[in-house]
Every structure is written in structure tokens, then in C-alpha cells.
Design a binder for this molecule. Structure first.
Ligand code: ADP
Ligand code: MG
Length: 356
């Protein structure tokens, strides 16, 4: 696998204030990476730095082994083989769809340009609308035009900054899968910025969870969910809550849920205080179980319902049960824990992990 993008110890600031502080990641050709994090954590700043719109105050960004940004070296945006797609589509309102897509192709002859525009419009399934204007298209169609325009000059890397934020939920889901298919069909490398983990999971091969300008974990969607490296990643990705416990052997803990055990070993000293991640789908409603708790709230979510459950100790956990199992607030119910491996964090939290 060929490495396409490498960000090494990147620092970016606004007005002397570091917003990105020592961020590193790398992305292979053909992969879709994601920057996932809460609003204001620095995602757009990273994309702007990659595109050349924001200066770098430390570290470097390399594309195909060439440094494009560092404190002392800055390739201008027009010379970077990078295409961008924005949340608000940013199409030119007075140009037709075909003209928008052809905008970055001034170096091509008019025949070649026509062919390229036609090829791109076919790819995003909008050939019929080539002569319309942006305001005559739906939001989802406009975003496909925006992608076609970004891809037309054949950049090495496509950056997508919250591209689905203006669209309704159903369309977001569909378009994110469509765009993944389009990018994959061209073996295009891309970075998606989002604060929506479902979008990140559905579209991306590698995800970096960002907090306070650094990547907490750069990993596959599966590993982020099942092997989060710290409390922030564990609570940002997926639902869940923590219960307090004490390590009694490498794999078992004494907790408010009783003695619980998983197949993942921890080498901390026996007696160590830990927080254990409990996902709502790890809790199973089971009238024959011995552990009892009280329902204190419920949120209907279609095929399932999320219940907040208070244990005898006063600790609160969440359980996700099929919605035909309609239970009531105030009910005393019995539950089991059905987790095969337990994610625990010592009370002194381990440091974050990034891969280079
Ligand atoms: P995100 O895209 O994750 O929401 P941004 O990269 O836009 O975050 O912003 C990161 C931080 O930098 C925020 O605290 C934001 O307020 C600040 N910031 C963004 N743009 C500017 C600017 N032009 N001047 C000063 N601060 C800014
Ligand atoms: Mg942003």
C-alpha cells in the first residue's frame, strides 16, 4: 500500500493560540479517512491546512512524499492536487451544472473539457441536469455536483468538510453511501470531516477521533468501537456509560453489577480502581436474571428503546431492548450483562495513541 498523505506533528494557530497541537496521521492511496470530533475541535482547520488555506506553525504536511506545508515552505493552494467539497456546496449560482463541473478544467481543450464534464456527470448520475442551474437542483443533487467539480481535475486527494450537514437524515445516509461508492470506483483518496459517527462508520476506512486539536485514536471503525484507547473515545464513539469497579483478577472485576468478567486481560495490580465501559446493547432484559434495577427513563428509538436503569447502589446504566418489550418508568426489572470483552480504564488514565 502506498502512503499518500502524511501529517507530522502539525501545529496550527489563530492569534497566537494553538488550535491544532502536534497532530500526526497518515493515509494510504485509495483509503477514505475521517476526522471525527465535536464542533470547534479543529477539524476544518486541519482540512484548510491540507488545502493550503491555513498556514502551519509547526510540523509538516506531505503529499506523495513531497512536503507541501511546513513553517518554512508553503505550496500555494492552486498548485496542490487537492479538491474540496463544502457543507454549503459552494456552487457558482450563475453557471450551469456543466459549467460548474468544468470550472477547474481551463487547461484542457474545449473538446477534452466537454468529455470530462460528461464523464463526471455520468459518474454522479446527473447527466440529465447538465444545463440546469444550481437553484433548480435539490440539496443532495447539488452536493453531487460539488463532488463532480472537485474530482474533475483528477486531484490526488479529496477533502469533504461536513458535506451532508445541510441534508435530511435519510438523504444523508443514502448520499454518504453513494459518495463512498463513487470515490472507491475511482480509487480516490479522501478525508471526510464530520461530527456524526454514523456517517464516519458508514463511509470511512480509518477514523481519527479529535479532541482539543489532537488525535486521540486513529483506527478502523471496528477498533474505535470495540477497543477505544481512552474514556473520551469510548464515550464519543457509540453509546455507553461507565461503572466503577475493582480489578480482582486479570479478567474479572467487582462492580455494582456483581463480579463481571470478560475475555480481555488487564495486567494492573489486583485491587486497582477502574471505570468499565458498559454499552447499552451489553445489557439484556432477562426476567430470570438475579440482578435487579429500576427504570428511571426511556427513549423510544423505533426498533429498540433505550432505558436508563438505576442499580441498587444508585449507579445508573443504560440498556437497549427491542421495542416490543414495552416496559414502564418505575418498573423494577432484572437484567444480565452480556459483554464478551470488557473495556476498562484505570483511574489514572493511560495516554492517547496515534499511529504514524
Ligand atoms: P471544527 O471544524 O472542528 O468545528 P474549526 O477548525 O473550525 O473547528 O475551529 C477550531 C477552533 O478554532 C475553534 O475554537 C474556533 O473557534 C477557532 N477558529 C476557527 N476559525 C477561526 C478564526 N478565523 N479566527 C480565530 N479563531 C478561529
Ligand atoms: Mg468545521
Amino acid at each position: 500500500m502506498t502512503q499518500l498523505l502524511k501529517i507530522d506533528n502539525l501545529t496550527c494557530r489563530y492569534d497566537e493560540q494553538d488550535v491544532i497541537a502536534g497532530l500526526s496521521l497518515s493515509l494510504n492511496e485509495g483509503d477514505i479517512g475521517c476526522l471525527l470530533g465535536p464542533s470547534g475541535c479543529g477539524k476544518s482547520t486541519i482540512l484548510r491546512a491540507i488545502a493550503g488555506f491555513h498556514p502551519v506553525s509547526g510540523g509538516s504536511i506531505s503529499l506523495q512524499n513531497n512536503i507541501i506545508s511546513s513553517e518554512t515552505h508553503n505550496v500555494v493552494p492552486e498548485k496542490r492536487p487537492v479538491g474540496m467539497v463544502f457543507q454549503d456546496y459552494a456552487l457558482f449560482p450563475h453557471m450551469t451544472i456543466a459549467q460548474n463541473v468544468g470550472y477547474g478544467l481551463h487547461k484542457l481543450s474545449s473538446q477534452k473539457r466537454k468529455e470530462k464534464v460528461a464523464e463526471m456527470l455520468t459518474l454522479v448520475n446527473l447527466s440529465d441536469l447538465a444545463n440546469r442551474y444550481p437553484h433548480e437542483l435539490s440539496g443532495g443533487q447539488q452536493q453531487r455536483v460539488s463532488l463532480a467539480r472537485a474530482m474533475a481535475p483528477e486531484p490526488s486527494l479529496i477533502l469533504l468538510d461536513e458535506p451532508f450537514s445541510n441534508l435530511d437524515v435519510e438523504l444523508r445516509k443514502r448520499l454518504s453511501l453513494d459518495i463512498r461508492d463513487i470515490l472507491k470506483s475511482l480509487n480516490m483518496t479522501a478525508i471526510l470531516v464530520t461530527h456524526d459517527q454514523h456517517e464516519a462508520f458508514a463511509m470511512c476506512d480509518q477514523i481519527g477521533v479529535i479532541k482539543d486539536g489532537i488525535i486521540q485514536q486513529w483506527d478502523t471503525p471496528y477498533n474505535l468501537y470495540h477497543e477505544p484507547v481512552n474514556r473520551f473515545v469510548a464515550s464519543f464513539v457509540g453509546q455507553g456509560c461507565f461503572i466503577k469497579g475493582k480489578l480482582i483478577s486479570h479478567e474479572s472485576f467487582e462492580t455494582d453489577l456483581g463480579v463481571i468478567e470478560g475475555n480481555r486481560a488487564y495486567n494492573w495490580e489486583a485491587g486497582s480502581g477502574v471505570d468499565i465501559l458498559i454499552r447499552p446493547d451489553d445489557i439484556v432484559f432477562d426476567p430470570s436474571a438475579s440482578l435487579s434495577c429500576k427504570i428511571i427513563s426511556k427513549t423510544f428509538a423505533g426498533t429498540s428503546t433505550l432505558y436508563r436503569l438505576e442499580l441498587k447502589s444508585g449507579a445508573v446504566i443504560e440498556g437497549l431492548f427491542p421495542s416490543h418489550q414495552d416496559l414502564y418508568i418505575g418498573d423494577q426489572i432484572n437484567i444480565n450483562l452480556a459483554a464478551d470483552h470488557l473495556i476498562a480504564f484505570q483511574w489514572s488514565e493511560p495516554s492517547s495513541k496515534t499511529s504514524q
